[in-house]
Design a protein. Structure first.
Length: 362
């Protein structure tokens, strides 16, 4: 496999016939920042449209050793293709070409005039309109793919999801904290047995781009939302997407503890929008044998929420924006939620808000 970087990508594109000699001479490549699992490069074409090349790597860029099969790039390609058929135009980038030998594909580039929503949240910006739209988007993806037999068969393999989520998040934490092991192992078993719809596995603020000022939109138009990064996608448990996404919002809430009310209300806005789409039947727990179980889905969502929050302070991929005091609060809250999960997502929001109010008044 040719490992591509900003120095050799244009030459690779020229040699493989994807850029002519003339176009290649006036094009350049740059590395895009982001996750830890792939190399992502933007190609700027002077006389045409920019595009992005994404190539997977076997070893992820984390302090702890973390490996995953490079073939995961094809799962991302399949999920991206699926999303193009079940979501509004412009929500995900269009596929352009792929190179099976070198574990890469190319897709259209998002306009440069965008911001990553994670940066907005870290800067203390709350936006209920975006939270509401994201709740609707995730509900649309879950409902439009639920009980799709063809998709269920095509995306049944969860190896990559296990390598990039369950193992480095849940099992790694369980090994370090034996008191949490039974709860985490039970959650893994429940998730593995739940087969409902397309689950993105990485619906995260770092993969949500807010695009401003596009030419085709008039002044004062709402910014466009674009989603990227789908290698952990699979057919499975929608509760994971919800817990994973909410964990990011609540971790940002803890970072901005003095403004807990604003951030908690934004999480409520997302949750209300998601539930307001008539999603409840999709959240029912269907096992791999096709039987519907009566697991309390909101409790499972809270368990995923707690497990994902805990993983971001004690797992293989930790956040870098929490103080030691904030990390201690995450450990306290998630221990309680994992050992005795609240029955309702709203109850978890209320509990965290009360704890943060008490901490800020000390």
């Amino acid at each position: 496999m040719i490992e591509l970087d900003a120095d050799n990508l244009i030459d690779y594109l020229r040699q493989t016939g994807r850029l002519s000699d003339i176009v290649a001479a006036t094009s350049h490549a740059e590395v895009l920042s982001g996750g830890v699992s792939n190399v992502v490069l933007r190609v700027s074409v002077l006389s045409g449209q920019d595009f992005v090349v994404k190539q997977s790597r076997a070893q992820l860029r984390t302090a702890a050793a973390w490996f995953s099969q490079p073939e995961r790039i094809w799962r991302e390609r399949d999920v991206l293709d699926t999303l193009q058929h079940c979501t509004p135009p412009g929500l995900v980038p269009k596929l352009l070409f792929e190179d099976r030998d070198n574990f890469l594909f190319a897709m259209e580039a998002i306009a440069r005039q965008h911001v990553v929503w994670k940066s907005c949240l870290l800067n203390g910006e709350t936006d209920h309109a975006i939270a509401r739209r994201l709740g609707e988007v995730l509900a649309t993806i879950h409902t439009r793919t639920s009980n799709d037999a063809e998709l269920r068969e095509r995306l049944a393999d969860r190896t990559i999801f296990d390598e990039l989520r369950l193992d480095p998040f849940y099992r790694f934490v369980a090994q370090r904290h034996p008191e949490l092991r039974p709860a985490l192992e039970r959650l893994i078993d429940e998730t593995s047995a739940t087969v409902v719809c397309l689950v993105l596995g990485d619906f995260s603020p770092k993969n949500i781009l807010i695009v401003h000022g596009e030419n085709e939109r008039g002044a004062g138009a709402e910014p466009r939302i674009a989603l990227v990064d789908f290698e952990t996608g699979h057919f499975g448990d929608p509760a994971f997407d919800l817990g994973f996404f909410l964990s990011h919002l609540l971790l940002k809430t803890i970072k901005h503890a003095a403004r807990a009310d604003e951030f908690v209300e934004m999480a409520r806005t997302f949750w209300s929008a998601y539930c307001g789409t008539g999603i409840q039947p999709v959240l029912a727990s269907e096992t791999s044998s096709g039987q519907v179980e009566n697991l309390p889905h909101e409790r499972r969502i809270v368990s995923h929420l707690a497990a994902c929050m805990r993983a971001r302070v004690d797992g293989k991929s930790t956040v870098d924006y929490l103080t030691s005091e904030a990390q201690a609060l995450v450990r306290e809250v998630t221990r309680d939620w994992l050992l005795s999960p609240p029955d309702r997502v709203e109850a978890a929001f209320d509990d965290l808000r009360i704890r943060l109010k008490a901490a800020c008044s000390c």
